[in-house]
Design a protein around this ligand. Sequence first.
Ligand code: BF8
Length: 626
Amino acid sequence: KMTTVEELEAATDRLLETGAKVGADAWQFRVKNQTPHCKFGETGVCCKICTMGPCRVTKKSPRGVCGCDVHGIVARNFLRFTAAGSATHSDHGREICNTLYQTAEDGNYKVKDPEKLLRIAKEWEIDTEGRDIYDVAHDVAYTALTEYGKPFGTQRFLKRAPKHTQELWEKNELAPHAIDREVSRSLHMTHMGCSSKPAPLIKQSIRSGLADGWGGSMMGTEFSDVMFGTPKPIDTEANLGVMSEENVNIVVHGHDPSLSEMICEYADDPKMIAYAKEKGAKGITVSGICCTSNEVAMRRGVPMAGNFLQQENIVLTGACEAIVVDVQCIFPALGPLSKCFHTKFVTTSPVAQMPDSDFIRFDAKTAAENAKEIIKMAIDNFENRKPELVHIPKLKQKATVGYSTEAIVKVLDGVANTQVDEMGTTKPLIECITSGVIRGAVAMVGCNNPKIRPDYAHVELMKKLIANDIIIISSGCSAQAAAKVGLMDKRAKDLCGAGLKRVCELADIPPVLHMGSCVDISRMVILASSLAKDSGLNISQLPVVGCAPEWMSEKAVSIGNYVVGTGIDTFLGIDPCVSGSDEVVDLLTGGTKDWVEASFTVEKDIDKLGDKMIERIEEKRNALGI
Ligand code: BF8
């Protein structure tokens, strides 16, 4: 039986009752205090780029002090939003490259997938012949790091895209150069007195997004796989019920697997478990929140405690000994909230330091010691639990996760017609799509946002799409929404149309495939590229769309830009603060088609959003005559 969104909400309400007992604050209250939100900000018409302002455009005052009109202001804000997202994802990627640079046979980090490393080394024309795998790793990492600041040339991974896509990027000057340069150029373009024409600003948004998706994020994904293993299907469980009342609960939260992998590794150490027993617990349970959860779930089967808007719930269970975070999507609220309970809020990165936290600086060189110190701190904290405050909602669901592109190609062999289909390609999927057994695919991604009932849009859209024989690939907090309600359980095939159900049975997969964290949306563009190459079509011709119904972060906008920039129409349930300029809206929802053959659709009515995606998929099928 699936878990309903109503059941998720009831569990949250029960936890808020505990919060009320200890005087805890929660986003549910803060959002009320912040509503209604500032209309100038919401529509993108507020400019605070220089101190002649802030200027807010209205009918009465249609231009800022410098004379910039509303279109320039909205487009500049959009570009800055994107650039911040690209910087954030790509800096995560850079940390991974740095960790790869420090791998060693006897070090904290090792090469777990040498085959993948060698494949990338060859792709980048780095010598591999007769060399020690760690020498190759260091050369690859060094080259990867130069992708951030190289003086000439475009991103190396762009060559992975179909020829046609590469030509579009070249022709329209969208091929990203050094990653840092694209971010920096975005800030330059939006400085007072630079660009105020929407088209070049939106073009730069796409280029900055592409630097993320085909640069920083892609390197983040690839080298995480090299160090921690390329994901393969693995069983796990999802929702708060994965926390254990008898065990020390350590919850990892954030993004960079360099931290969470180490915590998981040492939490499994028999010495640590024995120490936990000494302190009165039965064992140690590590579970995850947000993208970090996806990282360790898909490689280790570590259970997923929940997604973005559930992070406070973790502490509200009264059973969390330590919530350990690195970077991104961490509520500063966790500091004061943890003070209402016994929970240790452990920050580890110089990039994300917060009040009311214990800061234990995590470093690749000292990773093992840092991880052990954190786990020990959690175990020592077990005795401080207040039993009267402990309540873990019983809800959890089974999920099969870990469908990397490589794993998807492998499961597709299960539906291949061995007489005609080439094994080890995406051709069996193309065959299913061409014959109409599957109508198309949707990449469901992104966050939660209090502007929409948490998880409701993800879950309802997924149910609607699979019932219409549309297969879903999913990542980020969208993936956890799916897992929490049971849509990543193979038995969810019963919710599918007859065609998709048959494919799920033959390939032994759930209808919603977990592809990882948000940087792993780079896997999705590679999958789309493979589908295009294997079918001889352009990416934009495939009956495939992207969707982020509950998105909230700057990273999500960067992703939207690179997904559209790759030729995939992208559907949003939240407006990216651009409604104040019809010119910018027209560009984003149509004009970009001239450059990259794809654009955005914004639709706040979730049911209509689903209809529009289905419509687009059917339009693409009609155009192909299938
Ligand atoms: O990068 S989906 S809330 S956790 S931003 Fe954040 Fe959004 Fe979750 Fe991961 Ni992505």
